[in-house]
Every structure is written in structure tokens, then in C-alpha cells.
Design a protein around this ligand. Sequence first.
Ligand SMILES: Cc1cc2nc3c(=O)[nH]c(=O)nc-3n(C[C@H](O)[C@H](O)[C@H](O)COP(=O)(O)OP(=O)(O)OC[C@H]3O[C@@H](n4cnc5c(N)ncnc54)[C@H](O)[C@@H]3O)c2cc1C
Length: 372
Amino acid sequence: MERIEICIVGSGPAGIATAAALVQRRPSLRDHVLVLEKVQHPRHKLCGGGLTPWVDEILRELGLEAQVPDFRIERVRFYVNDAPLLFDIPGLMRTVRRNEFDAALANSLRSKGVRLMENVAVQSLSEQSDGMLLHTTAGDFFAKLVVGADGAKSVVRRQFFREEISRVSRLLEVLVPARNGALEDFNSQTALIDFRPMRAGLQGYVWDFPCWIDGRPHLNVGLFDSRVHENAAQTRADLPALLEQHLAARGFEPSTKVMGHPERWHHSADCFSRPRVLLAGEAAGIEPWLGEGISAALAYGPIAAETLLHALDTKDFSLRDYRERLRAHRLGKFLQRNRIVARLFYSRHLRAALPLFGRVLQGYMRLKHKSH
Ligand SMILES: Cc1cc2nc3c(=O)[nH]c(=O)nc-3n(C[C@H](O)[C@H](O)[C@H](O)COP(=O)(O)OP(=O)(O)OC[C@H]3O[C@@H](n4cnc5c(N)ncnc54)[C@H](O)[C@@H]3O)c2cc1C
């Protein structure tokens, strides 16, 4: 059985950032860190692939590279009411395909000498006096410390961090070749964010993100239901019907079938670490207002790494300082702020006041336009 210091479960942005941050801060650990990945890169990952500038900032800091085809979004068309609000925001974000992006990150990590084993799924873990045993499809591994960076359906989380309250958002996505109306959005580098389905009970929005797929222009169309309010008084929106309605209204015919995947959102009162095990990325939770998770998943990396290094140095493997490190970091503040915004924004009161809110915004935009 192989014995290592630190085992990272999952090689999405969170797992890769954690491994990169560990060897950046402590190069001597390079041969003592192992990343286990249940599938093989380039692997499918349902995602809009929208990268904010924060992603590039973190990649630069970690010395990670991901040179993949991307598409620059320079403006957004928002719908709160039926009249659109157009914002020019140069450098707002770029879109990538996650299979390509994550595979490039994995290669970048490997080029630093870190070992990443693919097609090895962690099935369960058991506690030993001096570490953790990971039972995988490729046999057992022993590690002093374990990072659960295995995404929204985390096995590590399920085993050690039971939750009382569901913190799961639901998302649907479909890819549409950019023809006719869709091509206009593509050519004008415009993303669409439509909050009008909130009228039908959605606690989120519908998006159209232009992107390249195999060199051909497409729109990544999706729907996000944050579910930050889960009490009986809040009726659940019919997600497939709302997405279908959106596709029909825009005259789109999807090229493939609709796919769905959850997101997990972060609440600072939850538990993210226990002796010898901590969670990073979506396993620990992202923000539930817009559901932007790639930057957050990467940002967990350096915080997780510092917690693990502190444990190795002090031989205190409780990892109890992780919560405070998270809370004090820009990431913790971002997650906390966006959770509060989501609670307010998707409350029943705001949904009822949405038409008025839209008119106020339109009035403000007109005034702003005149004053220029
Ligand atoms: C439809 C949809 C659209 C989205 N759009 C955007 C967007 O436009 N912009 C944005 O910023 N975010 C978006 N997100 C969120 C974003 O995709 C996630 O937040 C992000 O991928 C989280 O990264 P992660 O590394 O924590 O987890 P993941 O990227 O999910 O990586 C987890 C890894 O762990 C591996 N794994 C899982 N279980 C095991 C196991 N048992 N053993 C070993 N390996 C395992 C998986 O194969 C995977 O490679 C979207 C999400 C969805 C569902």
C-alpha cells in the first residue's frame, strides 16, 4: 500500500489549485502529494465555462497555465422586465470549454512534477491512528491528510460532513449552434442574463453564453435555480419547462439534449474540516447568487494548502484553523456577501417587486445615457 503525506481527491480547479499551492509554498513536498481523479482528462464537466478576471489572477499567482480556445464577452444584456438593459463591460469574462480548460490545468500541474493518477475513484475512507486510509478502485492508499476536492457530489463530504439543511442549487444546460439571432449575440460578444423566470418561481436566472465548440460558434444556454429559500411557502419552479420556454422564445433548436447537474453553496456555519480531512471547492460550497464557482474553487486552493502545511509543521492534525482562515480570506467574504445578496435578491418580496425594480433600473440607465 502506498503511503503519502497529502492525498487530494479530485482534479477539478479546486484539487489542482490546492496541489499547486502546496508545492509552490513547499517544493520539498512534491513527491509526497498525490491527486486522485476518478475519470480521465479531458473529462466532461457540465458548465457555462464563464471565467471572471479573478480566475486569471489566481492562476497567475499559482503559476498555473491553461492556454485553451476562449471567447471574450464584452457586454451583457440583462432582462428584469421585457425591455432589455444593455451594459458594455469590457473584460467582463471569457468563456472556455471545461473539458479543455481542466485538462490544460492538469497538464500544467503535472509539469510541476506533481503526481495525478486518473481513472482512480475514491470509494470510501477510514480513520487510522496516524492518518486516513482511502479505499479506491485501484486499491488502498494511506495519507496523513486528505483534501475532498471532489465537487458538488463529494464522496468525502458525504462520508464525514453530514448536513441537516440542503444547500444544493439545480442547473440545466444545453448547447445551441450560433445561427440567426444567436449569431448576432456571438458577433457582438454579448452574454444574456434573464431574471424574468423569477416571476415563475425561479430563484435564479437563464443565461446564454457565446462560446466556441470545436472551432464552431455556439451558445451555452442554461438555467440556474439557487434554491437559497427552501421552505414550504416557496413553490419550486418547473426548470425544464422554463428552459424550453426560453429556447422557444429565442427560436433556438438545441443541438444536444438538456443536461442537469447540482451546485453546492457555501454557508459559513457549516463544517469544512475535521481531524485530517478538509473540503475545498464545490465540496465545501460556492456562492448561490450567480453560481459562479470556478474562481471560488481555485481560491480555496491556497487557503487549504496553508492549513495543511500548518498541520504538518505543528503536528496538530485537527485542521480546526481552516474555518477561520476561510472566513478571513477574500474568498470567505465573497461567499458570505453573495449568499446574503442571493437571500435578498431571490426572496419572495423582491420577486413580487421585480417589475418595479426593472423600471427603476431602466429609468436610471436612461438618465445615465443622457448625462453622457
Ligand atoms: C450547468 C453548470 C454551469 C456552470 N457554469 C459556471 C460558469 O459559467 N462559471 C463558473 O465560474 N462556474 C460555473 N459552474 C460551477 C463550476 O462548474 C463549479 O463550481 C466548479 O467546477 C467547481 O470546481 P471543483 O474543482 O470544486 O469541482 P469539479 O470541477 O466538479 O471537480 C471535481 C473533480 O473530482 C472528481 N471526482 C469526483 N468524485 C471523485 C472520487 N470519488 N474520486 C476521485 N475523483 C473524484 C471529478 O471527476 C472532477 O474531476 C457551473 C456549474 C454547472 C453545473
